[in-house]
Design a protein around this ligand. Sequence first.
Ligand code: CP
Ligand code: NVA
Length: 300
Amino acid sequence: MKHLLKMLDLSQDEILDILNLADQLKYELKHGIPHPHLKGKSLGMIFQKASTRTRVSFETGMYQLGGYPLFLSANDLQIGRGEPVQDTARVLSRYIDGIMIRTFDQKEVESLAEYGDVPIINGLTDFSHPCQVLADLMTIREFKGSFDGLKMCYIGDGNNMANSLIVGGLKVGMSVSAATPAGYRPANEVMEFASGYDCFEITDDPKKAAEKADVILTDVWASMGQESEAEERRKAFAGYQINDEIMALANPEALVMHCLPAHREEEITSKVFEEHAKEIFEEAENRLHAQKAVMVKLMA
Ligand code: CP
Ligand code: NVA
C-alpha cells in the first residue's frame, strides 16, 4: 500500500492490518507507552475545506508519533492562486514525507499521488472519506467484537460517506443496506463494486434498509460545497432520518454512528443522537488511532 486514496483501493487484509495496528496504538496511548514511529518525519496537510476532527486528529497524531505536522490552508498556498496540483506535488515531495489532502475533486488527490513521490492520504473528497470509514470500522469491531454476521445500514445521501462505508463494510464481510432517494444514489463505481455482493441492498425505503441492522449510520443531507442546494435537499431527504421509528426496526443492541458534524432533527433526531453518544464520540476519537495506523503503514 503506497497511498490511501479511496476504500476501493484497499484489500480486506490491508484494512484489517490497519485496524489491528490502530487498536495497538490506542492501547499504547492509553497506557503511556511511547510509539515514535515517525520521528524526524513531516506531514503536510492541505485543506481546501473546513475541518475540526481531521485537522486536529492528524496534527496530534503526527505529534504523538514523533513527527511534525504542517497545516497548509489552500487559501495561503499558491494552489489557491491556481498553481497546478501536479507542480505542488512535485515541490512538496522534496520537503516532506507525506501529504494529507482534503479537497473537492477526487482527481486532484489521484493526481497528487501520480506526480508526487511521497505517500498521499485522502482526508475527504466529494467522492470518498476513507480515514473516516477506517475509524468507523475500528469502532464497530471495538463495540461488537468482530464483523461476523453483522448488518450495516446507511440512510441518507449517497455521498462520500455512503461511497466509502458501502465499500468498507462489504470488504470486511458485513452485509450492507443503503437507503437513499433515487436521485441521490452512491457513485456508479461504488454501485458497480457492490453489485458483485449478494449481501448488498440498495433501496429508497429507509425502513426496509434498517430491518435487523446491527449498525445504522447517516451523514448530513448537504455536504461541504453543496450549501446552495440545502433547501432542495431538505425536501428530497425528508423521511431519511434516524429516529425512534427506524431504531425500532433495527436489532435491539444496534449501534448508531455519525461521522460528524451532525444536523440534529435533520438526518438524526437529538434523542437518538444522545442515546448513542457513547459510540458516536468513540468513533470521533478513533479517527486519531486509525489515522496514526495509516501514517505508520505508509510513512514509517
Ligand atoms: N468527520 C470529519 O471528517 O470531521 P471534520 O470535517 O471536522 O474533519
Ligand atoms: N459528507 C460530509 C462529511 C463531513 C465529514 C461532507 O462532505 O461535508
